[in-house]
Design a protein around this ligand. Structure first.
Ligand code: ADP
Length: 398
């Protein structure tokens, strides 16, 4: 069966059509600047050339219409008609405490997702628009919602509560939720598979290091703690996000810089992280690595601070699980940047990890990077959130 995987943002829509039997990506693409002047669709069929077309997309429903048009196009299409799309899997950012698993979408589910809008005001409304647009174009195709937060709903109370008045949890649902759950679940499952072990018998730490970055303690197959919080701003230093801060910094800087709290949080989300630390040089680790090699001290400081934070979180999660068997790296930086991985692993000698420098030089592949006989296995496991969403979709509609 062919599954259309949709990841809808406020002005963008990413898609992949995946054959769930072969797990092959038949086509993928992106609609950009939806509702803004200059909107365009980029479409990449599996055996063909990537094409970009400037087309006016006033809203997401029009975008979905173009996606279907491209998927069924005579020249660049990969299926003959809409009837060859068996189901749609939607990535939904926030499921609050309502969703601990993926679900088949119906009216009650739509309502419940809407009730979580408050918790992710930039993302959930866009995700809902994506669902409604697909429903408008494909009213009879079953749809599934896969939540970024769901995998973390197994966290115990002691991991998700903040040290705030309890009423804020009761009244406003302020607690740790965590994100990238689909990736942490996929990678921990795959890592256990590669090692020929049962995930239920392992203590694992998954480091999802992309533009956004988070780290999760997976014990006996369940998320027991994770670094992102109420929003994706908490935890690791990221491409442009600050990660953990003393909360008093916000009001301090609001006064000094004459900004509102909302403006400061925007800076913490978009202008901080390694981008901010390097004084705007780049949020991209390739640029930073190169600048550091050329002697740029700020780039070096950004990279050092980044790795140090990851190592501290690993230490915390080793304590939380009373040990660790596997540390897995994934996402853009985790999969491709051996230098960042080596820096992080350099802090972990106390765990008996010895890095195999040659294996650590391999990029973007499943590979064990600790030396044989290491007490803890360090490995790289490329993530694939779209495939995970397609698998969930098939599992639920069968
Ligand atoms: P997103 O969170 O947007 O999905 P990614 O997982 O693609 O982000 O991660 C983006 C980061 O991955 C960038 O900092 C980039 O430098 C890094 N990255 C991606 N590909 C490579 C590569 N081939 N070599 C080194 N770094 C890479």
């Amino acid at each position: 069966m062919n599954i259309l995987v949709i990841n809808c943002g406020s002005s963008s829509l990413k898609y992949q059509l995946i054959n769930s039997d072969s797990e092959e990506v038949l086509a993928k693409g992106l609609c950009e600047r939806i509702g803004i002047e200059g909107s365009a669709i980029t479409h990449q069929p599996k055996d063909g050339e990537k094409i970009t077309a400037q087309v006016e997309m006033k809203n997401h429903t029009e975008a979905v219409k173009y996606v279907i048009e491209k998927l069924t196009d005579e020249r660049v299409g990969v299926v003959k008609s809409l009837s060859e799309i068996g189901a749609v899997g939607h990535r939904i950012v926030h499921g609050g405490e309502k969703f601990a698993n993926s679900v088949v979408i119906n009216d009650a589910v739509l309502e419940a997702i809407e009730e979580c809008n408050d918790l992710a005001p930039l993302h959930n409304p866009a995700n809902l628009i994506g669902i409604n647009s697909c429903k408008a174009i494909m009213p009879n195709v079953p749809m599934v919602a896969v939540f970024d937060t769901a995998f973390h709903q197994t966290m115990p109370r002691k991991a998700y509560l903040y040290g705030l008045p309890y009423e804020y949890y009761e009244n406003h649902k302020v607690r740790r939720y965590g994100f990238h759950g689909t990736s942490h679940d996929f990678v921990s499952k795959r890592a256990a598979e590669i090692l020929g072990k049962d995930r239920k018998e392992l203590k694992m730490i998954v480091c999802h290091l992309g533009n956004g970055a988070s780290i999760t303690a997976v014990k006996n197959g369940e998320s027991i703690d994770t670094s992102m919080g109420l929003t994706p701003l908490e935890g690791l230093i990221m491409g442009t996000r600050s990660g953990d801060l003393d909360p008093a910094i916000i009001s301090f800087l609001c006064e000094k810089e004459h900004k509102t709290a909302t403006e400061m949080i925007d800076i913490c989300n978009k202008k901080s992280g390694v981008l901010g630390l390097s004084k705007g040089l780049s949020s991209d680790f390739r640029d930073l690595g190169q600048a550091a090699e050329e002697g740029n001290e700020l780039a070096k400081a950004a990279l050092e601070t980044y790795s140090y934070r990851v190592a501290k979180y690993i230490g915390a999660y080793v304590a939380a699980m009373n040990g660790v068997d596997v540390i897995a790296f994934t996402a853009g930086v985790g999969e491709n940047n051996g230098s960042v991985r080596a820096d992080i692993l350099g802090y972990l000698g106390y765990l008996g990890i010895e890095t195999d420098q040659e294996k650590n030089g391999i990029r973007g592949e499943e590979v064990i990077i600790s030396k044989p006989g290491s007490r803890v296995t360090a490995m790289v496991v490329p993530t694939n959130e779209e495939l995970a969403i397609a698998r969930e979709t098939v599992r639920l509609i069968k």
